[in-house]
Design a protein around this ligand. Structure first.
Ligand SMILES: [Zn+2]
Length: 296
């Protein structure tokens, strides 16, 4: 009798578990797929809508036995997006957070702009050139291997990572990154990156081969500490201080004076961002006739 009683209890218990499980399954089914998207481009918008359609196949499925890894895989099938999180939300929602892969670099093309992501993969094009960071100077990239080529290509991607981290969406602040080799720099024998910011202040990173991430970090932190007014002029230089081994940035102000007629440039547009075709408003001499003089 005892054995039978135990058996009955076990069977009753298992039945109860089965009933509860079935009940949970019936009650907690996915009634809402909450797909949260952050997109930057029209193509991204379109792809986001398609992905949301795909995810709707999970509607009506049990939330209890839902395999979140499977949902993640479905979202990751879209290479345009980075999946930030996949989760369940009480009582019956699946939440998927997706961010469109960031446009990192753009190069001028005859019919618009080619936009690359931080890995150098072409992810689209744009005709709103000023919303993307532009590469100038000797940078190039090829579609075949999707890579940025030219001097210091690897350092450029390192630089992009620092800019992303400290500035968020870099294109909000950075207009262009230009490579200048030492033959074009009058003052010293180093290659450099010149980073033009939207407000006008310029960030110069000399000798990109050496610890570019450290130097960029110091420079951007200084840039962020400047007031709105201060950001419109001057140059931020970042170097490794030999004694301490640490990166340090310095903000310098320059004035630009025509060597031909002594006219001093004072307009709001930063002098370096003037086109090469610009001429001295006083005597008509070329832009290269102007001398850069350090004020402080
Ligand atoms: Zn002049």
């Amino acid at each position: 009798m005892k054995k039978r009683a135990i058996l009955t209890t076990v069977v009753a218990f298992l039945l109860l578990v089965a009933v509860i499980a079935a009940g949970l399954n019936a009650v907690f089914t996915v009634t809402y797929v909450n797909a949260r998207f952050l997109t930057y481009t029209e193509e991204g918008e379109t792809a986001a809508r398609e992905l949301k359609e795909d995810l709707n196949e999970y509607l009506g499925k049990s939330t209890t036995f839902l395999d979140l890894e499977e949902v993640r895989a479905a979202a990751e099938a879209y290479s345009r997006f980075r999946v930030v999180s996949v989760g369940k939300e009480y009582p019956a929602s699946v939440v998927v957070e997706i961010v469109e892969r960031r446009a990192a670099f753009a190069l001028a093309a005859s019919d618009g702009w080619d936009v690359l992501d931080a890995d150098g993969v072409r992810i689209g094009s744009s005709d709103s050139a000023d919303t993307y960071m532009e590469l100038k100077g000797d940078f190039s990239f090829s579609y075949e291997n999707g890579a940025i080529t030219g001097p210091y290509a690897a350092q450029l991607l390192e630089l992009y990572d620092v800019l992303s981290e400290l500035l968020g969406e870099p294109r909000a602040n950075i207009v262009s990154v230009m490579f200048e080799d030492n033959e074009n720099t009058a003052t010293d024998a180093f290659d450099r990156f010149r980073i033009a910011t939207r407000e006008g202040v310029e960030i110069v990173i000399r000798d990109p081969a050496v610890r570019i991430a450290d130097k960029a970090r110091a420079a951007v932190e200084l840039y962020l500490s400047l007031s709105e007014n201060e950001r419109v002029c001057g140059t931020i230089n970042s170097v490794i201080v030999e004694e301490t081994g640490k990166a340090s940035a310095q903000w310098s102000l320059y004035k630009y004076v025509c060597k031909n007629c002594d006219y001093e440039y004072k307009d709001n547009i930063p002098f370096r961002q003037l086109p090469d075709s610009w001429v001295c408003p006083s005597c008509g001499a070329s832009k290269s006739t102007f001398e850069e003089i350090l004020i402080r």
